[in-house]
Design a binder for this molecule. Structure first.
Ligand code: GLN
Length: 447
């Protein structure tokens, strides 16, 4: 039974929601999981929504000052489709517009519930923290290049990114349209499957949303990509070796394959993502959404410069780089070339995925401390996405699940399968959960 049915079948003590909300609000002051909490929630299974997904009448900012005060007059399709069994709990903190891997690019950096000195991971930081601290809860999150898998791994929850185009993007504040995917975080694979079943399917308001049958084509073969297994932190590697041998005992055959050019995925992704982001951010000018600049005495350039000063540092960097790679003189050298390399990487991954799953850790490092992250350059940070970018670049479904604990922190592994074979991933993790129990430091709202 999933915890959604379990929750509905249980008697709630008097004042259950009030107490849960009060406990949550208190802990939120330390962890920065939520940008806003619906303190009037009084029925339904609590669900939270990443702050780049619109909820009617609720401030939605993508954690950007540029969108402060923006209150959408409609809800995203995924939110609408959840239906009456669910109750809206609040909007979760994130890296501004989805730009980041560690939850540090937000006005209020997110903190890891297992140890507050550590990052929570990003960009869907708040969704992962909320899932890790609440007993009964699921979150609608979003991934462009790893934003579901990474925070899910660092916060010890299950993070599912579906095949591109199976969940409508209507009502999502775009980061990079050809890469963005709305997905789910939960404490179990069966909760994820329940939510995914509710939100997927074609939508006339998103023409990239397709009407495909989702399969569960399981396999007993798992492949590791040789080049992705280099440069892993020793602790990550030793824990991952234990996982591999456990899977061997479960009857899986684990083999290694090579994709010599897989490292090119990073540059390819960042060129495409930044190019698309720079056009998406062009609409924020201080006129229409969120922040309104009312100083009309300024010159044209001055006006837009002062409005767009509201973007954070990482957003500005991406506007500059993204605009550059799209410019006429270098378009063939960067953007058009990146589109071709993306296709090569997809072909190489597909060849392996036609024979079985691909498995790797989620991050090459253990969960870093906030103070250590502050010392890294943007390039060092981008390079840490090497394991999560390949499936995201290619629209391939993947799931991140906790597989070990070390030094008090959870470790996450990432399993990838072919497009539209999403149920194979939830089935796999359900099987894994039979012999492995997840631990949580908090269980707010338990019954
Ligand atoms: N870290 C990647 C980036 O900054 C991915 C973020 C995401 O998936 N939104 O682009």
């Amino acid at each position: 039974m999933n915890s959604i049915e379990e929750f509905h079948g249980k008697e709630k003590p008097e004042g259950y929601y009030e107490k849960t909300l009060a406990d949550l609000a208190k802990l939120n002051e330390r962890l920065n999981a939520f940008n806003n909490i619906n303190m009037s929630l009084s029925e339904g299974f609590p669900f939270s929504v990443k702050d780049n997904i619109c909820v009617k009448g609720v401030e939605t900012t993508a954690s950007s000052k540029m969108l402060a005060g923006y209150t959408p007059p409609f809800s995203a399709t995924a939110v609408e489709r959840l239906g009456d069994k669910f109750g809206f709990l609040g909007k979760t903190n994130m890296d501004e517009f989805g730009f980041g891997s560690f939850g540090m690019n937000s006005a209020k950096p997110a903190r890891n519930p297992f140890d507050e000195r550590h990052v929570a991971g990003g960009s869907s930081s708040g969704s992962a923290i909320a899932t890790s601290i609440l007993k009964y809860h699921v979150s609608l999150a979003e991934s462009t290049g790893g934003s579901i898998a990474t925070p899910a791994a660092f916060c010890g929850v299950v993070g599912f990114t579906p095949t591109y185009g199976t969940v409508s993007r209507y009502g999502l504040i775009d980061y990079a349209n050809s890469l963005d995917k709305i997905g789910v975080m939960a404490r179990s694979a069966s909760d994820i499957r329940c939510v995914y079943d509710g939100i997927k399917g074609p939508d006339s308001r998103d023409t990239t949303c397709v009407d495909n049958k989702i399969s569960a084509g399981n396999s007993k073969r798992i492949f590791l990509i040789d080049e992705l297994m280099h440069n892993l932190d020793d602790k990550v590697l030793s824990n991952f070796d234990v996982l591999v041998s456990k899977l061997g005992n479960m009857g899986y055959k684990v083999e290694t394959r090579s994709i010599s050019f897989i490292d090119k995925a990073i540059a390819t992704y960042y060129i495409i993502a930044m190019a698309e982001a720079s056009t998406n951010l062009a609409k924020y000018t201080g006129f229409k959404y969120g922040f309104k600049n009312s100083d009309f005495g300024m010159q044209y350039n001055e006006f837009f410069t002062s409005s767009r000063a509201n973007f954070g540092k990482e957003a500005k960097r991406r506007i500059v780089l993204g605009t550059f790679v799209r410019s006429a003189s270098v378009k063939n050298k960067y953007y058009n070339k990146a589109m071709k390399v993306r296709r090569h990487i997809l072909n190489a991954l597909n060849e392996i995925l036609s024979q079985g799953f691909i498995l790797s850790p989620v991050m090459p490092i253990t969960t870093p401390k906030i103070e250590d992250m502050e010392k890294l350059t943007p390039l060092q940070i981008y390079k840490m996405d090497i394991l999560t970018i390949p499936p995201n670049l290619c629209g391939l479904t993947h799931i991140s699940f906790p597989y070990a604990y070390g030094g008090g922190m959870p470790f996450g592994a990432q399993l990838i399968t072919q497009q539209f074979n999403d149920y194979a991933l939830t089935d796999f993790v359900e099987e894994w959960e039979k012999d492995f129990s997840y631990h949580f430091k908090y269980n707010i709202g338990s019954l």
